[in-house]
Design a protein around this ligand. Structure first.
Ligand SMILES: [Zn+2]
Ligand SMILES: [Zn+2]
Length: 308
């Protein structure tokens, strides 16, 4: 099959828009979509210092590449990569190497935060010592803490994350199925409100690109990405929803696009009702990070993990 726009062979047939695209036209179209998302939601502004959460995997790798291509020459915008090493071997050491190579190639400074240095414990150790505490949500609390602190060290005012269209729809459906509307209200292309200057505004420039197209983008543009998934990964519900969505998309192309559009129409309404007022923010008694209790959740978890 040839490209609908030129004579080159197609790398993809987009059933949802009924056209085939060659490598060049496909890549330009993905980049155009990301630019559109950035413009529509005003994700990047003059003077921004953007920290990119870079795991070494395909989503964050493509995100860093495209942001660098769009803004790399702009003197008023800075880009830094923040990479977290949770101490999961050999998976993380390998992906951190990939992340370093990406940054070297693009000339983007990389800042690596390790659980071992920050909390004196690795996730592999948590698995052994506290198997009951092994959970992606705990690991996520630590990861956000490391990323926020590293991002503040470089004076970043925004944190760009590689969430794609599939991630966003999966999260919306998960929150819906769990009845968690205040979480649902926190979805969207950027953080709706930040309760304190110390909180980083998160932006999701890849939010309107399907996961499958991000993988293809990485492949046709020869981006070296780390493919393995975390060996401790859980999340049966997300995996089920993911399979369900992929199956639906196969049978009814464009269903993901319409799902995302529904989410975007619902978000303002859900936010009005469920976002709630930002709760009072005070420094954590132990680490000084902004939090809504005396001791932040991260410090409570660190305590629980170390408690023999
Ligand atoms: Zn073409
Ligand atoms: Zn704390």
């Amino acid at each position: 099959m040839d490209c609908s726009q030129c004579d080159e062979p197609a790398v993809i047939y987009r059933e949802y828009e009924g056209r085939a695209l060659c490598k060049e036209h496909f890549s330009r179209s993905v980049e155009k979509q990301v630019k559109q998302t950035i413009r529509k939601h005003n994700l990047v502004e003059d003077g921004d210092i953007i920290a990119v959460g870079l795991s070494g995997g395909k989503d964050s790798g493509v995100l860093l590449q495209i942001l660098h291509d769009i803004f790399g020459e702009r003197p008023d915008i800075e880009i830094h990569a923040i990479t977290v090493h949770e101490g999961i071997e050999p998976y993380r050491t390998e992906s951190v190497e990939t992340a370093k190579e990406m940054c070297d190639r693009l000339g983007v400074p990389i800042h690596i935060g390790k659980y071992e240095d920050e909390y004196g414990i690795t996730m592999d150790e948590v698995m052994v010592k506290k198997p009951e505490m092994h959970s992606c949500s705990y690991c996520g609390v630590f990861r956000r803490d490391v990323i926020n602190r590293k991002a503040r060290e470089v004076d970043a005012n925004k944190l760009a994350i590689g969430h794609n269209m599939d991630d966003e729809i999966q999260s919306a459906l998960m929150n819906f199925l769990k009845g968690d509307m205040s979480r649902m209200a926190r979805l969207g292309a950027k953080t709706h409100k930040v309760p304190s200057e110390q909180f980083m505004r998160r932006i999701k420039p890849l939010r309107e690109v399907m996961e499958q197209e991000i993988a293809l983008y990485a492949q046709v543009n020869d981006l070296e990405v780390h493919i393995e998934t975390c060996p401790h990964a859980q999340g049966a519900l997300r995996a089920d929803i993911r399979n369900f969505l992929n199956q639906m998309e196969e049978q009814r192309p464009s269903i993901k696009h319409s799902a995302l559009s529904s989410i975007d129409k619902l978000l303002p309404v859900i936010r009005d009702e469920f976002y709630g007022e930002a709760s009072e923010v005070t420094p954590c008694e132990e680490c000084g990070e902004p939090c809504s209790q005396d001791v932040c959740r991260k410090c409570q978890l660190v305590r629980a993990v170390k408690d023999k």
